[in-house]
Design a protein around this ligand. Structure first.
Ligand code: GAP
Length: 511
């Protein structure tokens, strides 16, 4: 009997669990935290590494057409000039002069409140799944306070980038609820700057990379010249990216330091990019499902042609039903030859490849699937979080919190328990099995407390299997009890059956 947790409490519950059980901590917490930065604790780092390992295995090692790369975080500043980031990588922001708070203008929504055709004021709300109902409630309050009589027109929200100059002074600040303190929208640069070398003048300015993709373009020639790649082929990279987000929020969904898993997939200029784009979308969806995300929680957001960058042929975002609403998880873009041509122009180095099959030379086009590790982790936490009821030792139903991680990415794959900790023969046998399992997978050993409590602790951190060594193990046939986290069903298996079963569940079937 599984009841999904109420979505408005889900984020709070996930954040609480992450802190309590050592998945994710606010960065610099002993100094009051540092907005937009997070630290991954013992369980978080395992989960995160498993996500990255699964991605690398499935997209790099198990494909013959993709090569891996690990480029430096700080790169020549010309790269960011060529890519357009120096001049164009910014978000529109708006400041509240009174509260000193800063908002992203495209996440601040406002509307005039019109009663019987007359505007009596404005309301504003921050982007959220409840923004419409919040704005309507605020409009009702404004109408009541103004003692306005008549019919309230429907509230039509627009984001602040669409505000007319005469409206800036009329829109109330979300911080104070009063108009007059919001500035017009201004572009805010998202790249973090630093200085490289002993002289701190302008020529020493460098940027912390805001995406890993440019490291791939900058090394494209190296990979072509040193590897045995032929079109179509991809270069993949996992690495940190940094953006000075105006409003980091929703936990690790939008942070200032995060990690990306990106692929640049190079294709012939006349390739059927629409079909290839579709194939990439399908491959990405299949991968998300393979790590445990429900297919029903993933949708596609096709960017309208008039909102695409001039060089872009198509972009579709895979959206996921996060606790704070449906939001972008994975962007899959057809970027044409823009990036390579930019680097060709700025560096003076040819980015052409000789295509053996067609005996032609050209600058390839690219399809770019770009995914955030941290966003994937939040999606995994969201999908796994389950509250249900199970029977306790005495057969009574009790509430349980269980993280239903796929065995492929769960931090611990199994936990080993001697039934009693004061029976040396049980402990010795359990330790032996634990050490054997540990050579293959990350497993946990727990000897303390009632067995039911030990199961519950593992359920909460998402360990898919519990293995108990009892008297039957040592006195009879050597079998152990294998408990399934999700069904709580238990069965007896031999040690060789156990290894075979775990291998199938964790690493997947060979065929
Ligand atoms: N190279 C293309 C690129 O970087 P993007 O849409 O800006 O495109 C790609 O980012 C992915 O990186 C997003 O779909 C998201 O998963 C992740 N991402 C972007 N900004 C992020 C942030 N501030 N915090 C966490 N993840 C972020």
């Amino acid at each position: 009997m599984t009841a999904p947790a109420a979505s408005d409490h889900l984020m709070e519950a996930i954040v609480g669990l992450c802190k309590r059980r050592g998945f994710i901590f606010p960065s610099s917490e002993i100094y009051g935290g540092y907005n937009g930065f997070y630290d991954y604790g013992p369980l978080g780092v395992e989960l995160r590494n498993n996500i990255k390992k699964a991605w690398w295995r499935d997209f790099v090692q198990c494909r013959d057409d993709i090569e891996g790369l690990d480029s430096s975080i700080l790169m020549h500043p010309s790269i960011w000039k060529a890519s357009g980031h120096v001049d164009g990588f910014s978000d529109p922001m708006v400041d509240c002069k009174e509260s000193k708070l800063r908002y992203r203008a495209d996440q601040l929504f406002f509307a005039p409140v019109i009663v019987d055709g007359a505007t009596i004021g404005y309301v504003s709300v921050l982007e959220s799944p409840e923004q419409q109902s919040q704005a309507e409630a605020a409009a009702q309050t404004l109408k009541r306070k103004a003692a306005a009589v008549g019919e309230l027109a429907p509230i039509e929200l627009k984001d602040y980038t669409e505000a007319q100059p005469e409206e800036y002074a009329l829109v109330p600040s979300p911080a104070t609820g009063k108009p007059g303190s919001l500035t017009p929208p201004r572009e805010f640069k998202l790249m973090f700057e630093t200085k490289v070398g002993p002289v701190a003048d302008d020529s020493a300015t460098a940027y912390l990379r805001p995406e890993t993709a440019q490291g791939i373009f900058a090394n494209y020639k190296n990979v072509v010249d040193t590897g045995r790649v032929k079109i179509p082929f991809g270069i993949a990279q996992i690495g940190k990216a940094f953006r000075n987000e105006i409003t980091p929020r929703n936990f690790i969904f939008r942070s200032r330091e995060f990690e990306q898993m990106e692929i640049e997939y190079f294709i012939a200029p006349d390739a059927d990019w629409k079909t290839l784009h579709r194939e990439w979308l399908d491959a990405c969806i299949a991968w998300l499902v393979s790590i445990g995300l429900p297919r029903t929680a993933i949708t596609e957001d096709i960017h309208p042609q008039d909102k695409l960058a001039f060089y872009s042929q198509a972009t579709t975002d895979l959206m996921f039903e996060f606790p704070h609403g449906e939001q972008e998880l994975w962007g899959i873009a057809c970027r044409g030859d823009y990036d390579l041509k930019q680097h060709q122009t700025h560096s003076g180095k040819s980015m052409e490849i000789f295509d053996e099959a067609s005996k032609r030379k050209y600058v390839p086009h690219v399809i770019e699937p770009s995914l955030g590790v941290d966003r994937t982790l939040l999606a995994v936490l969201t999908a796994a979080y389950t509250e249900d009821e199970v029977s306790n030792d005495k057969g009574k139903l009790e509430k349980r919190l269980v993280m239903k991680f796929s065995p492929k990415i769960a931090p611990y794959k199994a936990a080993v328990f001697p039934l009693l900790k004061n029976k040396p023969e049980l402990v010795e046998r359990a330790q032996k099995l634990y050490r054997r399992l540990q050579r293959r997978w990350n497993v946990f050993y727990d000897a303390s407390g009632a067995i039911g409590r030990r199961y519950r602790r593992q359920d909460e951190i998402g360990t898919p299997y519990g293995i108990t060594i009892d008297f039957e193990t040592i006195e009879k046939d050597g079998t152990v009890t294998l408990r399934d986290r999700d069904t709580c069903e238990q069965r007896r298996v031999t040690e060789s059956e156990l290894f075979e079963f775990l291998e199938q569940q964790i690493d997947g079937p060979l065929d």
